[in-house]
Design a protein around this ligand. Structure first.
Ligand code: C5P
Length: 401
């Protein structure tokens, strides 16, 4: 029993002769203690029977998208959420092409769109099909989106050709799956993360705030916890469930967030500022609810600047590794590099908020990691996928002496 124990694995099998090897992969997965749900395309069932995979996985095989009986059991969205990992083995040229187009015309492709889990592909096809420009372009699209390709291997093929196109052996795929759950990158490390918006009171019932969802910070908290870190999540008000296994500190205003951060960062190795802190707060909080005035004049609120929590942590606790976010609409990298120096942080995670569908309050994000000597542009990823990559990158920044 190892890293896959109790992990939820979807093994999706598409139509290809290598499908017979998937039976062995199910057996190996079950042996490691993983929970396995098998999904088959209609092509896959031409090569191997669902009954074989049901017997090996111990679960009914999922074959259809629009099947009332199946949806009443574990529906496709539920299945997508259940997965810690989705592996397509074998991944045919057809499946790769449909995924590249973002199609959702069967259960397998729909799951790939709906899941936040990492998606791994073990391609298998004739060597000429693999080398075809169309397949190679589709593979590149999927890699750019953050899906992982494992293989194909070189060698003799079922059709008699020799070349690249053989599916990796089940034990090689198993190893690739196990490394996804590498744990311990942050063992013995304490991470403090700020997340969500802040609320700046105007009077007892009103406040100034922003639309930050907190999704990025919560995803980083979960990914850091999964790597063995002790995580303190300091969050403004959000709609998100509190992640298991993290110390949660609920705050309202920037001043509350600053106070909580000072307490937590004193003993931390990393401070990650994902919160959208309100830059200004009303100069005076009215003790009573402000009354509407019977006049033509509007209401003028005097605002004062809030403390910069990130800059303050850098000053107070210079030994910790500090990481900030920068949401920009132009000259993203130049602004991020400037912020890196100005705030004295080790890394700025920069995103272009002028592009629709990424960054602030969305489910996906596309960022560049900016350090003193490097700029690494990551592909467009779901926030949980991105969080896993960020945590890995962060773990390589060593604790300052
Ligand atoms: O200066 P700017 O607001 O663009 O910097 C963004 C980064 O600084 C984010 O990491 C944000 O969480 C952090 N920040 C902060 N306190 C503030 C404003 C921003 O910690 N008052």
């Amino acid at each position: 029993m190892g890293r896959l124990r109790n992990k939820h694995i979807i093994l999706a099998i598409s139509g290809g002769i290598a499908a017979y090897k998937s039976a062995e992969l199910v057996r190996l997965l079950v042996k490691t203690g993983a929970q396995v749900q098998v999904v088959m395309t209609s092509g896959a069932t031409e090569f191997i029977t669902p009954l074989t995979l049901q017997a090996l996985s111990g679960n009914p095989v999922h074959q259809h998208l629009l099947n009332p009986q199946a949806e009443a059991g574990m529906g496709h969205i539920q299945l997508a959420r259940w997965a810690d990992l989705l592996v397509i083995a074998p991944a045919s040229a057809n499946v790769i092409s449909r995924l590249a187009q973002g199609q959702a015309n069967d259960l397998l492709t729909t799951l790939c769109l709906a899941t936040h889990a990492p998606v791994l592909l073990a391609p298998a096809m004739n060597q000429a099909m693999w080398h075809d420009q169309a397949t190679q372009a589709n593979v590149q699209i999927l890699i750019d989106r953050g899906l992982q390709m494992h293989g194909p291997a070189q060698g003799e093929q079922a059709c008699g050709d020799v070349g690249a196109g053989r599916m990796l052996e089940p034990n090689e795929i198993l190893t690739a799956l196990e490394t996804q759950f590498d744990q311990g990158l942050l063992v013995d490390k304490t991470l403090v993360i700020t997340a969500g918006p802040t609320r700046e009171a105007i009077d007892p019932v009103r406040y100034v705030s922003n639309h930050s969802s907190g999704k990025m910070g919560y995803a980083i908290a979960q990914a850091a916890r999964d790597q063995g870190a002790k995580v303190i999540l300091i969050s403004g008000p959000t709609q998100l469930p509190i992640p298991d296994g993290v110390t949660f500190v609920a705050v309202q205003s920037a001043q509350n967030m600053l106070d909580a951060s000072i307490k937590a960062v004193a003993a931390a190795d990393f401070f990650i500022a994902t919160a959208a802190v309100a830059d200004y707060r009303p100069a005076k909080v009215s003790e009573q609810k402000l009354k509407k005035q019977n006049s033509d004049h509007g209401l003028t609120l005097e605002m004062v600047q809030n403390p910069d929590i990130l800059a303050s942590m850098v000053q107070r606790f210079p030994k910790a590794v500090h990481i900030g976010f920068a949401a920009e609409t132009e000259d993203i990298i130049a602004h991020a590099q400037d912020k890196l120096v100005r705030k004295g942080v080790s890394m700025i995670i920069a995103n272009d908020v002028s592009k629709p569908g990424i960054g602030f309050n969305s489910d996906n994000n596309q960022v560049s990691l900016v350090t003193a000597d490097d700029v690494q542009k990551l592909p467009l990823l779901s926030k949980p996928q991105l969080a896993r990559q960020l945590v890995e990158a962060i773990s390589h920044i060593s604790h300052k002496a």
